[in-house]
Write a protein that binds this ligand. Structure first.
Ligand code: AVI
Length: 321
């Protein structure tokens, strides 16, 4: 592997480094190829996966209050969304703001130009009056670009509990960096999944139909297809865990036998002991207290928490100090 490291793709290098660490791990960012995107869309429709429905309910039921809080003492703002996806939930807010005649523009930021093209086309049809300024690229480069002409208050959306997929060490760093890219008075509207009945949480990551299992295993399918590996999908069990003390929900792929896997792209064979696990994802659950601490550490003040009727989920509105 050492001779070829320089010529390997980042994907191959990350997979090699994850499979040679102890414990083994693979980054959940590699879930999202075309098939992974489709599987995640199906997850959002699952009975057990409450997160999307909760955020939908919050937007639908509290859009008036959300708008009031976004405007506060201003008459206009620039709405920026990090990782916009298909914008289904955001559209509730966009439609409401437009119907109310609010002076605002919408800048979805996404790494995928394809996602942005679909979203922009869809918004042109469904909300023709909306001013859309899509930006393709890394979140921070895009925020820096927006800041070049910072005349209006910025309201940044980071929805879907995407922050939960950051490790506990990297989430505060990400939020601090996000804050550093904003000006005093700018707002961050950020979705967090809350701690709740552990059984409810575990079911969300272990649905009856097995869609989440397929989503997790798709990572191995991807390595097989893109890096020429020979992972036997039957040889791995999908196993999520939830720690009610720390709020950490983790997904694993557990090798159900001693086995070896060869990856052409790295030229290496990787050995698995029977019942050895690969950690594939963290989906952190939070308390309102930990959210407040997060906000303060990153240089924000919590203005208001918008929760669903079950108190399962919160969209927390933070102001940059
Ligand atoms: C995208 N992210 C917030 C989802 C979550 O809940 O952690 C991804 C997911 N993984 C399994 N199911 C859904």
């Amino acid at each position: 592997m050492s001779d070829t490291t320089a010529t390997l793709s980042t994907f191959a290098r990350d997979i090699h480094s994850g499979l040679t660490s102890n414990p083994k791990c693979l980054s959940s960012k590699y879930f999202y190829d075309e098939k992974g995107d489709q599987l995640f869309q199906s997850i959002m429709d699952l009975e057990e996966y409450y997160l999307t429905r909760c955020e939908f309910e919050i937007f639908d039921q509290q859009k008036e209050e959300i708008l009031k809080s976004f405007l506060a003492n201003d008459t206009s703002f620039k709405l920026v969304e990090l990782g916009a996806g298909d914008g289904t939930k955001t559209k509730i807010l966009l439609k409401h703001f437009t119907n109310e005649g609010v002076d605002f523009s919408y800048s979805p930021i996404d790494i995928s130009q394809h996602v942005l093209d679909i979203l922009s086309g869809d918004l042109k049809k469904s909300i023709p009056k909306l001013h859309v300024n899509a930006i393709q690229g890394d979140y921070f480069d895009a925020l820096a670009k927006l800041n070049e002409n910072h005349f209006q208050k910025e309201v940044v959306l980071f929805l879907g509990s995407n922050i939960g997929n950051f490790s506990n060490g990297s989430a505060p760093k990400f939020l601090k960096r996000l804050g550093d890219n904003l000006s005093s008075g700018d707002l961050l509207f950020i979705g967090f999944d809350l701690m709740k009945d552990p059984n409810v949480i575990l079911s969300a990551y272990n649905d009856k139909l097995g869609v989440t299992k397929e989503f997790n295993l798709n990572l191995l399918v991807r390595i097989n297809n893109e890096l020429g590996a020979n992972f036997d999908l039957e040889g791995f069990e999908h196993f999520p865990t939830y720690d009610p003390i720390t709020g950490e929900t983790k997904s694993h792929l557990v090798s159900n036998k001693a086995q070896q896997v060869f990856i052409e792209a790295t030229g290496e064979t990787y050995s698995f002991d029977a019942w050895e696990a690969i950690h594939t994802e963290v989906s952190q659950k939070y308390s309102l207290k930990s959210i407040r601490q997060f906000a303060e550490q990153a240089g924000f003040k919590v203005m208001k928490n918008f929760t669903d009727k079950n108190n399962y989920y919160v969209d927390s509105l933070w102001e940059k100090i």
